[in-house]
Design a protein around this ligand. Structure first.
Ligand SMILES: C[S@@+](CC[C@H](N)C(=O)[O-])C[C@H]1O[C@@H](n2cnc3c(N)ncnc32)[C@H](O)[C@@H]1O
Length: 284
């Protein structure tokens, strides 16, 4: 991270928060997740990091975080290494429909890592509902959001995130969650926040990347959960409150959580209910 008078001034501020709006973002469940997190552990691993709400809340000193989304992981890297260049680049964007579609159409292969991160944050802040969705060819395909004043350049938070990522030992990986989970050792804390099993075909949002997270993937994940628990890891998971999920984790403590659905533009469809569960492999 480059240092300047501006840095010193900005370093005195806020705690880091997620820098993207993310489908399945955990902001509203945070208190419950924190309540159920182990009190002490070695490394924190989050194999489906997304916006990283729990990591930013706990601010562990040693982490391994990963996601299948390459643009997201590149952005974490750039925020750590080049936050000032990133801020300069973010300043160049405009919240204009024509500009948005031109930016959306850009092929990321031709861009530098800073330009890719800048495009990613710009699209996230200005697209419809802050979703990240790709078509079958792997291109971002969410329409323009028509927000009046999106916070494209959130300087204070990006500096706070960069500072945290520089001050702690964080490894970023762009890979399938199984490979990250396999890195966990006895005494580590692993938090799994996978794409949720939808209550019905349209009731939830599971299409984060090129391929969907299937029922088979949910089963594969539950097997990995048990394996890590047997290894002596502290394993925590969130998912939707569905009979199938409860059956998969019936050998563990399951806590039903009241939540509001996050990704829905229609306020009246954001009802409260016991939509989610937390599964825990340990007692605190
Ligand atoms: C529910 S979101 C995580 C939300 C996150 N906890 C937050 O606070 O924003 C699920 C994440 O899993 C990622 N993902 C989907 N399939 C994956 C896979 N097979 N391996 C690793 N990550 C995956 C998606 O890109 C998405 O970021």
């Amino acid at each position: 991270m480059r240092n300047s008078a501006k840095t010193v001034q900005l370093e005195l501020i806020a705690s880091p928060k997620p820098f993207v709006k993310w489908a399945g973002g955990k902001r509203q469940l945070l208190d419950r997740l924190i309540e159920h997190a182990p009190r002490s552990y070695n490394t924190y691993l989050e194999p489906f990091i997304g916006g990283g709400a729990l990591m930013f809340a706990l601010m562990p000193s040693k982490c391994i975080i990963s996601d299948i989304n390459a643009e997201l992981i590149n952005t974490y890297n750039v925020i750590r290494e080049d936050v000032y260049e990133l801020l300069d680049s973010l300043e160049q964007h405009t919240n204009d429909e024509k500009y948005f579609y031109a930016m959306r159409a850009r092929n990321t292969i031709a861009l530098t890592s800073v330009e890719r991160a800048s495009r990613f944050i710009y699209l996230n802040k200005t697209c419809f509902n802050g979703l990240y969705r790709e078509n079958s060819k792997g291109f971002f395909n969410v329409p323009f959001g028509r927000y009046e004043n999106p916070n494209i350049v959130d300087t204070e938070n990006l500096i706070a995130v960069s500072k945290y990522l520089n001050d702690s030992d964080v490894q970023f990986l762009n890979q399938d969650y199984i490979r990250t989970a396999d890195m966990a050792k006895k005494g580590d804390f692993v938090y799994f926040d996978p794409p949720y099993l939808p209550a019905s075909k349209t009731a939830s949002f599971t299409k984060y990347a090129k391929s969907d997270f299937t029922v088979k993937d949910q089963e594969r994940l539950s097997i990995k959960f048990s394996e890590l628990a047997n290894r002596g890891c502290y394993v925590l998971l969130s998912n939707s409150n569905m009979p199938f999920i409860k059956e998969l984790y019936k050998d563990f403590e399951i806590i039903e959580i009241e939540a509001t659905r996050a990704i829905n533009c229609k306020a009246e469809k954001r009802g409260k209910g016991m939509y989610e569960v937390i599964v825990k492999s340990y007692y605190i």
